[in-house]
Write a protein that binds this ligand. Structure first.
Ligand code: AMP
Length: 115
């Protein structure tokens, strides 16, 4: 655990979150500043700085996170109208929290391309 990492602290239970899914490797919780009617964050419990820091050894974890995102979206009724899974990487990608997270956004029509 990285003690200065806000998402590690959520995993450790030191900071509250609205958790919608919790398993051995992943946590899914609601974004505190939602950009859509449903806005979830899917994170690995282990600290990984971004998707760019995943290695071949993380193949299973990467698949697990993607599947957890889809399962959470489906369980919250987003699948019918569609939704978006996106991950920001680094400064140009707009990443503000340096712990890998997949955003799951749904409940409204989303613009493309992103700004
Ligand atoms: P990014 O800009 O892609 O790094 O996304 C970070 C996201 O984390 C933003 O959408 C924030 O609103 C969200 N966030 C930051 N702190 C918290 C928190 N304590 N609980 C839930 N979401 C958070």
């Amino acid at each position: 655990m990285a003690h200065d990492c806000i998402f590690c602290r959520i995993v450790a239970g030191e900071i509250p979150a609205q958790v919608v899914h919790d398993d051995d490797r992943a946590l899914v919780f609601r974004d505190v500043n939602p950009q859509a009617p449903t806005h979830l964050l899917v994170i690995p419990k282990r600290h990984v700085a971004s998707a760019d820091h995943l290695t071949r050894e993380d193949e299973g974890l990467a698949g697990h996170l993607l599947l957890a995102a889809g399962e959470a979206a489906r369980s919250l009724g987003l699948a019918g109208d569609g939704y978006r899974i996106v991950t920001n990487i680094g400064r140009n990608g707009g990443q503000t929290v340096s712990h890998l997270h997949l955003h799951v956004l749904g409940g409204r029509s989303l613009g493309w391309p992103p700004g």
